[in-house]
Write a protein that binds this ligand. Structure first.
Ligand SMILES: [Zn+2]
Length: 221
């Protein structure tokens, strides 16, 4: 009989200890969740403050167009700072192909929005405003100009039978007569001229005639 009571007592002690331990664990969990909630509440507060500040900044401009322009200018300025114009990646290209336009003229994500045809002498890359446009081959900037239809344009002469053209640019980084390396950032994607959405219009000319850029690069995706 004594033996049974002793066993019962031991069982009771164990159960009590187990309950106690679980309780502490639960409390710890609750504290941690509370801490996380506090941190995110603080973050949301900061975010709201920043949004309110930005809104004030914007509402100080007058028309909608000016607001959009101001936002765009700030954005492009920031993008501009990030662009490393020293062509650090030039060495990655095959030296014997240095003057051949065989690379994609844009960095980052894009989608082909219009292909080469009888009525469209180039290839359109839809991409975010501010995406980097790169020289597809080494050469000399033939001209930098504004065209009513093409917006801001850069043309490059590649010292051979090839020339390339980049249109609807937001910003251009070079003047005429500058030399550029293959892969070097020359401009940022924009929506200038007769364009309904940000995109790069890209042309390759062989002996003065437009050819299909897709004969030189693989963009079927
Ligand atoms: Zn086009």
């Amino acid at each position: 009989m004594k033996f049974i009571i002793a066993i019962l007592l031991i069982i009771i002690v164990f159960i009590t200890a187990w309950f106690y331990a679980e309780n502490i664990k639960l409390k710890k969990q609750v504290t941690k969740q509370q801490e996380e909630l506090d941190i995110s509440a603080k973050y949301i507060k900061q975010l709201n403050k920043k949004i309110a500040e930005d809104r004030n900044l914007i509402s100080s401009s007058k028309t909608n167009e000016e607001k959009i322009q101001a936002l765009m200018d700030t954005y492009l300025e920031e993008q501009n700072k990030d662009v490393n114009r020293d062509s650090e990646n030039v060495s990655q290209y095959d030296e014997s192909r240095r003057f051949i336009p065989d690379i994609v003229p844009i960095k980052g994500d894009f989608a082909i929005s219009q292909r080469f045809s009888d009525t469209h002498p180039g290839l359109d890359f839809a991409a975010a405003t501010g995406s980097e446009v790169i020289a597809v081959a080494a050469g000399e900037i033939l001209s930098v100009y504004y065209d009513e239809h093409y917006g801001n344009v850069i043309m490059i002469d590649h010292f051979n039978e090839y020339a390339t053209l980049y249109a609807h640019l937001a910003t251009t980084f070079f003047e005429s007569k500058s030399t550029v390396e293959k892969g070097e950032t020359i401009a940022l994607v924009g929506n200038t001229g007769n364009s309904s959405a940000p995109h790069l219009h890209y042309e390759i000319m062989l002996d003065g005639n437009n050819v299909n850029p897709e004969n030189y690069i693989d963009v079927k995706k």
